[in-house]
Design a protein around this ligand. Structure first.
Ligand code: PEP
Length: 256
């Protein structure tokens, strides 16, 4: 497996933090620090902040993403946002299937699949999140579970469309807890996901496929996590809200 065959992507997941004014300030701080990044840099912000983020990111190398989208193009879905609404304002990325959506908002592998297909049809690049609970890890079913999540999520996704999908392996027990998977644990599961991609598509598609680790990645542990052969980037929650920390992770990805 050759890491050079795929692009490194560091994406911030701001979750439900920052208003439009604060969005402009934070992106204004991040932009000069990451201007020379050799990896792709993405900020996934709350829906309300998307116009401000797009404005602040103009002329920079930062791409803007949303944190979810609906599977229909329009209709009676109060509170939802369609994928084509996102592309209509210039959004290029969307996170789908984050564990917080699965845990608190009833997201299932089937709805994740529907949302992914809608996002790809609209022209977005998807960051698909998969990962296990602590109980599932202790039961020894992590790789099976993550394989199943991956297979269901990618049902109906063509090899050509796969070039606009990234998977973020996010152990649920490591998200927002300060407890990071070891580099070996992260590398192992990302490697297992790559094998699933090879089985679903082919070896070439698997080698070109970007897999991120997410779960309390920060300025201190990023180097070690990102040197793992199968870890091509990160999905960053808490640390993406601090410009200097986010920039340090981007530096690690570039050198990893
Ligand atoms: C996330 O929300 O995707 C995440 C990885 O959060 P944190 O970095 O805060 O654990």
């Amino acid at each position: 497996m050759n890491k050079d065959l795929r692009k490194a992507v560091i994406a911030g997941n701001w979750k439900m933090n920052k208003n439009p004014e604060q969005t402009k300030i934070l992106l204004g701080e991040v932009a000069p620090l990451v201007a020379n990044a050799k990896c792709d840099v993405v900020a996934c912000v709350p829906f309300l902040d998307l116009p401000a983020a797009l404005e602040a990111a103009k002329g920079t190398n930062i791409q803007i993403g949303a944190q979810n989208c609906h599977w229909e193009e329009s209709g009676a879905y109060t509170g939802e946002i369609a994928a084509n609404m996102l592309t209509s304002i210039g959004v290029t990325y969307v996170i789908i299937g984050h564990s917080e959506r699965r845990t608190y908002f009833g997201e299932t592998d089937e709805t994740v699949n529907k949302r992914i297909r809608a996002a790809l049809n609209a022209g977005l690049t998807v960051i698909l999140c998969v990962g296990e609970t602590l109980e599932q890890r202790e039961q020894g079913i992590t790789e099976e579970l993550v394989a199943l999540q991956t297979k269901i999520a990618l049902l109906g996704v063509t090899k050509e469309e796969l070039s606009r999908v990234i998977i973020a392996y996010e152990p649920i027990w490591a998200i927002g807890t300060g407890r990071t998977a070891t580099a070996e644990q992260a590398g192992e599961v990302c490697g297992a996901i790559r094998k699933v991609i090879a089985a679903l598509y082919d070896k070439q598609a698997a080698e070109a496929f970007t897999i991120q680790y997410g779960g309390s990645m920060n300025a201190k542990n990023a180097d070690e996590l990102l040197t793992q052969t199968d870890v091509d980037g990160g999905l960053i929650g808490g640390a993406s809200l601090k410009a200097a920390d986010f920039a340090e992770i981007i530096r690690a990805a570039t050198e990893g």
